[in-house]
Design a protein around this ligand. Sequence first.
Ligand code: FE2
Ligand code: FE2
Length: 215
Amino acid sequence: MELITRLIADHQLIDSVGGSLLSWWDEVRYRNGNVGDLGGYVEFLSRFVCGVHHRGEEIIFTTLADQAEVPARHGPIAVLRHEHQRLAQANEDLSELIGRSGDFGQADDEIVRKLVHMLWEHVDKENSVLFPQSLKRLQQHGVAQLDPPLISEGEKSAREIAEALVDRYKPIDDPDVVRGDGCMACSVFSESCHGIEAEWWSSWERSHYRSYDDG
Ligand SMILES: [Fe+2]
Ligand SMILES: [Fe+2]
């Protein structure tokens, strides 16, 4: 499905931008890196990620809810939409560092890392849960194709800026972060979401697949 293929390609860049932001942050804090480059990261997040990328995911959410009998008020869709709002807020917080000339402290470090960790976890749960489960559900309900949204010139240029930043500041990992796939790796599992089977399956699916498992 072209939309999902496009979103997965976006995620590869978004994932790298997270690691690149950490790399830039190390440069700025310990090696007199260019503080001004932060503007490019903020622009990518606000224009591209919170723009065309989230518009594409909204197409999946609304099609699942309208055509594939998936609840939108609770479960993965509600969690992911809430995270889109939190990401926008985290980017606002990051943008507060633009224009600073250095002298960063612990609170600033938390702002940068919180955003990167949020981005990575969000990408992992969409790649490992949302996309494969959506494909299955949409195909079961006769939706074989979804087209990506149109991308504006501003969004294209924000993506190019991010690609250049990833080249300039090679992505690094954060040793404090353990990444994982599936509902079990999700920080809200069993709190605001009880996993795909509990949230998405109908009573028929539960009894059918359970009896299948029982042999
Ligand atoms: Fe998302
Ligand atoms: Fe995404």
